[in-house]
Design a protein around this ligand. Sequence first.
Ligand SMILES: C[S@@+](CC[C@H](N)C(=O)[O-])C[C@H]1O[C@@H](n2cnc3c(N)ncnc32)[C@H](O)[C@@H]1O
Length: 229
Amino acid sequence: MSFTNSPKQDQKRGIRTFHARQGRISPLTAKTITSHQGSFILDPQAPFDPIATFGATPVIFDIGCGFGEATTAMAAAQPEIAIVAFDVHVRGIARLLQEIDHGNLTNVRALNTDAVSYLNHMVPNDCLDGVRIYFPDPWPKARHNKRRLIQPDFVRLLVSAMKSGATLHCATDWQPYAEHMLKVLTNCSELTNTVQDFAPRPQWRPVTRYESAGIAKGHKIFDLIFRRT
Ligand SMILES: C[S@@+](CC[C@H](N)C(=O)[O-])C[C@H]1O[C@@H](n2cnc3c(N)ncnc32)[C@H](O)[C@@H]1O
């Protein structure tokens, strides 16, 4: 297995793409996490092994799953794929795990870690069938734009992990970020846009929690679907 393994890349960025959250972890969250360790929670310190985890099932990374409602809806609707859902916030991961239990889902795993660092160190090349990044934090202030997840270095990292023909599907309700995404993805020589500009919203994509909030504020929704050549 070959690894992207360029440890310098995330250090070079040295920038966190997420909001730090403090506060007490509730006993229920702690219990949910503990009871799923070693089964539905993957070890962020161990290299990702798609075959050992899911056999021959196609694997999709869902990065920044929040509370996981869209993740579990997709997993239930598409039992033929396996989804690895990332979030740095443990409360969201615990909710995702509760939903997994509730739906008796076997095709989802959770990773409570920074996806940038994990992709840098733990993911073999050419192993993913798709990546979904729905409503990443928009970081609207100009001085925070550098914290946006979709940046050329990170996209190169994603592309290395993706198989030829795999799709990278992003969505946002923040127009300036959508335009930035379109530019970054279009400029990546190993990606091809599946349409000319923004993609029509695929009917199968569940409306996410963050998307609902954007729609309530009157925001337009932008989908981008690119394929690795
Ligand atoms: C704006 S929320 C969107 C959540 C969900 N996708 C939705 O649409 O409702 C973005 C999520 O991405 C997570 N996130 C941001 N950067 C991340 C990273 N580097 N690795 C893992 N999760 C990250 C945040 O913790 C947050 O939960």
